[in-house]
Design a binder for this molecule. Sequence first.
Ligand SMILES: Cc1cc2nc3c(=O)[nH]c(=O)nc-3n(C[C@H](O)[C@H](O)[C@H](O)COP(=O)(O)OP(=O)(O)OC[C@H]3O[C@@H](n4cnc5c(N)ncnc54)[C@H](O)[C@@H]3O)c2cc1C
Length: 154
Amino acid sequence: MSMGSACADENKSKKDKMSNKIVIVGGGTAGIGVAAMLRNEGMVNVSIVEPKKVHYYQPLWTLVGGGVKDNAESAKPMTDIVPSGVNWVQKAVNAFDTANNQVTLDDGSSLSYDYLVVAAGIQIDWYVCLKPHTKKCSLLMYYCIIMCLARSQS
Ligand SMILES: Cc1cc2nc3c(=O)[nH]c(=O)nc-3n(C[C@H](O)[C@H](O)[C@H](O)COP(=O)(O)OP(=O)(O)OC[C@H]3O[C@@H](n4cnc5c(N)ncnc54)[C@H](O)[C@@H]3O)c2cc1C
């Protein structure tokens, strides 16, 4: 094999890798961060599946709770946050079919992928605080008391 054809093969294989289809479930801080990194690496076929139009930067909420920041400051339109060149699919994922490399969306359609990133976050259960005497309840109450104290000191 000549040097020229070896180089051409290498370039083709790199190009093929860069065009792998990547689907990221969730457009929160993690999903957006991963999408930006992949784009910076040169991946050209990256999609984020995220149903919400507004992105919330949750770490700021501690300061919102402490009265230092306004909640509106934690919100940004998804259109401002999705990295350039990334395809935003404004839907939710209803099911994963890993055997066939595809996810089912909430409109019944499906999206196929070569690589899947699941960054759907967690579901916060504020109501756990209504159930007394649980460990989680104590932790949350402790957190609330600290925040109130911090606020009263400022
Ligand atoms: C009060 C508070 C303070 C915090 N402070 C800090 C801090 O100081 N530092 C820190 O590092 N972390 C902090 N965190 C944790 C913070 O939540 C994470 O750091 C970060 O926001 C998590 O990002 P994520 O992308 O994993 O999840 P999220 O930001 O929750 O994003 C998940 C996304 O997935 C989407 N999604 C869910 N289900 C589906 C589905 N089926 N299909 C498609 N999309 C879906 C959601 O709509 C959401 O947009 C704090 C959290 C809270 C609540």
